[in-house]
Design a protein around this ligand. Structure first.
Ligand code: KG4
Ligand code: ZN
Length: 348
């Protein structure tokens, strides 16, 4: 089965064409084409994403990216379109829906609506990224939880079975990626802030710089919820009272901020793993690229004997591959697409 994946929920216009095959209960995918047109450059200019501007960019980029991938695949015939319809910025989601509907009519293929967060959740099933290669997906585990960490979400999810999810905890205010971005902005680091902070934090860690202490909000709360706005505010007050004078000041802040944010996440994950006796953790979302988060998860999973599925770097951020994968698993949702609507607050 050949699926065209389309993702436009935020500031990336991403399309892909993937061929899925199934043999002895194993699902393989062959990525025939994969392309992203990112608006990060615009984000750098304006320090964030603006829905109206992002929408215009999607409208401009969708046909260009589509042209590119049809050329890459020599106009290969597709069987279905997998499309993000939420959550995300509604004006952006609509650009994908409008484009997909026209294409669906033209090619006479169904649309499989996909929840963007389920895409992130399933992204870690892909063990490697390679184009024109048959890649066997990891088995979907029976007893797993998922950690989804991005610019818009911080969630711990209990997976009952594929397609049946329970959010057991989430952030009560800022998402962890958002906190990285905001703290980066306070230090005049480029957008998106996650990678920049992480780089500085790594320098601080290997140099043993640890003179600061920021709070670990909700570390001891018995639930699985998070709060990152207090940590962000602690950084703001620290900078107000101790203006940044050197790169070393930035390194110290980045290191302590990252330590604090990741410590809370690891604590809650361990709590959930213990409570539910989970054997697997599926990691997803833009912040999944964070090296320190990955190394801390590697440490605690070794110590406690559970398995972590890490998404490969190419699909930690927003991408169309995870949407195509989720679409393949949800072929039952092929709908008559006339009533398909964007849902900015779609829940898992
Ligand atoms: O999933 P994503 O691409 O978009 C959303 O759906 O939000 O996630 C983007 C977020 C941004 O906040 C970015 O700063 C963060 O992921 N991020 C990171 C790292 N790479 C990206 N945060 C921490 N460390 C990183 N290495
Ligand atoms: Zn995302």
């Amino acid at each position: 089965m050949i699926i065209l994946g389309i993702e436009t929920s935020c500031d990336d216009t991403a399309l892909c064409v993937v061929e899925f095959t199934e043999e002895n209960g194993k699902i393989s995918c062959n990525i025939l084409a994969n392309a992203v047109s990112s608006q990060t450059e615009l984000g750098i200019e304006y320090g964030g994403v603006f829905p109206a501007m992002a929408k215009q960019e999607h409208i401009k980029n969708l046909p260009i990216v589509y042209d590119y991938i049809t050329k890459e695949t020599n106009n290969i015939e597709i069987d279905a379109i997998a499309l993000t319809f939420g959550p995300g910025l509604e004006p952006c989601l609509w650009t994908g829906i409008t484009f997909a509907k026209e294409l669906s009519d033209k090619l006479n293929v169904p649309i499989i609506p996909v929840n963007h967060m389920e895409g992130h959740l399933l992204s870690s099933l892909l063990p490697e990224f390679a184009v024109d290669k048959k890649i066997v997906l990891k088995d979907f585990p029976d007893n797993a939880i998922s950690l989804l960490v991005s610019g818009g979400h911080t969630q711990i999810i209990k997976i009952n079975k594929l397609g049946d999810y329970e959010i057991i905890g989430e952030t009560l205010d800022d998402a962890v990626g958002e906190a990285f971005d905001k703290v980066a902005r306070m230090m005049d680091l480029p957008y998106p802030g996650g990678p920049a902070i992480s780089k500085l934090a790594e320098i601080g860690r290997s140099a043993g710089i640890s003179q600061l202490k920021f709070p670990r909000p909700m570390l001891h709360s018995k639930d699985y919820n998070f709060s990152f706005s207090g940590l962000k505010t602690a950084v703001l007050y620290h900078i107000r009272d101790n203006p940044i004078k050197s790169d070393e000041d930035k390194v110290a802040i980045a290191r302590e901020f990252e330590d604090a944010a990741i410590e809370v996440i690891i604590k809650k994950i361990m709590q959930a793993i213990e409570e539910f006796g989970s054997t697997h953790l599926l990691l997803g979302g833009g912040v999944a690229a964070n090296k320190y988060l990955q190394s801390e998860l590697a440490r605690v999973s070794n110590e406690n004997g559970f398995i972590v599925y890490y998404p490969v770097r190419e699909i930690t951020g927003d991408n169309a591959l995870m949407i195509a994968i989720a679409g393949y698993f949800h072929q039952d949702k092929k709908n008559s697409h006339q009533d398909l609507k964007a849902d900015g607050n779609l829940k898992l």
